[in-house]
Write a protein that binds this ligand. Structure first.
Ligand code: ZN
Length: 219
């Protein structure tokens, strides 16, 4: 495993990446885009723990458990400047408007350093799959070709698969990476408020099983 600094937050905190090299395609596991969604951070760190213990994959895996370390520290959705990183990416539908301050998209598309680090990574590595772990009502939202992985997770968790979350999300990673680039993105919404042991028991193995499908499917 290689540990590196993926980038820095708006407050200058380091964003750490953990890389597991393999001959297969690049896959990203991402957590903590929204700092107040601890469930996704716990799940991503649980996956990291398992990979450090034993990595059976030929994939090239990049794990970033806390893309938004400011938000994780202060338990806020946005980064240190109050920007919702999942409304700030420079998608074709990016808009400076926000319904409420909670979804503040930032002063300009792609303005935030956390997203600039993510955009640079996407450009460099062109991952063939991104699993981004959030929390809300349970749902597996797919953008791009990642339904087989979502189906495995759905079987193990009972979560439903959706390719349209039901409301517009301009500037989000699913659109930016999954639809506008060739990096299929599975946005995994864990049940908000789920207890840590339950997250580790249910969602960590579900993602690890899904990666087996990725390994078979993408060579
Ligand atoms: Zn979220």
């Amino acid at each position: 495993m290689k540990v590196s600094t993926f980038g820095h937050s708006s407050l200058g905190l380091p964003i750490t990446a953990f890389e597991f090299e393999g001959p297969g395609p690049e896959v990203m596991i991402l957590g903590g885009v929204h700092g107040d969604e601890y469930e996704g951070v716990v799940a991503t760190e649980g996956i990291l723990e398992k990979l450090i213990q034993k990595n059976p994959y030929r994939l090239n895996l990049t794990v970033v458990p806390r893309l938004n370390p400011d938000g994780v520290l202060f338990k806020t959705r946005g980064n240190g400047k109050g920007v919702d990183l999942n409304r700030n990416l420079p998608t074709k539908d990016w808009s400076p408007e926000a319904k409420t301050p909670r979804y503040f998209p930032g002063p300009a598309a792609g303005s935030e350093p956390e997203n600039q680090a993510l955009m640079s990574y996407l450009e460099r590595k062109a991952p063939r799959l991104i699993i981004s772990l959030h929390s809300w009502n349970p749902v597996l939202n797919i953008n791009g070709d990642c339904r087989p992985e979502a189906e495995v997770i759905a079987q193990l968790t009972g979560y439903k698969i959706d390719d349209d979350i039901g409301y517009p999300t301009p500037g989000c990673l699913g659109t930016y990476a999954g639809l506008e680039r060739k990096s299929p993105t599975l946005t995994y919404e864990i049940q908000r408020g789920q207890e840590v042991p339950d997250i580790l028991r249910l969602h960590v193995p579900a993602v690890l099983e899904a990666l087996k499908i990725t390994q078979e499917r993408l060579k």
